[in-house]
Design a protein around this ligand. Structure first.
Ligand SMILES: [Cu+2]
Length: 125
């Protein structure tokens, strides 16, 4: 019968979808910024159709340096804003633009383009 083979296929596909979703979800917990010799927690952020990584984990009380690298010409991403830290910067295409700040409080803080279409999150622990 064709229908029972179809059922097996559907169950198989559902299982694959679940596995993909599960591992993808685990991965979105965030990227931990690396500690550098200068005492900074540093993370490179690729700006291309969004922010990669878009969830960055840092520790409170230590200075952070996010190095934004914009690799697209779409005007949407030409500014990045971190309202919680009173920071913003223009991102010329192809240049590395560092943004430095000191996260004092724990919490989750958004960063985004000026229209809020691209979004990322900084998790301060
Ligand atoms: Cu935008």
């Amino acid at each position: 019968m064709a229908w029972d083979r179809a059922l097996v296929d559907v169950v198989g596909l559902a299982l694959i979808a679940f596995i993909v979703w599960f591992f993808w979800l685990v991965k979105t917990k965030g990227t931990r910024a690396a500690a550098t010799s200068g005492g900074y927690q540093e993370q490179m952020v690729l700006v291309k159709g969004g922010y990669t990584p878009d969830v960055i984990v840092v520790e409170a009380g230590k200075p952070v340096r996010l190095n934004f690298v914009r690799q697209e010409s779409a005007s949407c991403s030409e500014m990045v804003l971190l309202p919680a830290f009173n920071k913003s910067a223009r991102l010329p295409e192809g240049q590395t633009v560092p943004i430095e700040f000191l996260p004092k409080e724990r919490g989750e803080f958004e960063f985004s383009c000026q229209m809020g279409m691209f979004r990322g999150k900084l998790i301060v622990e």
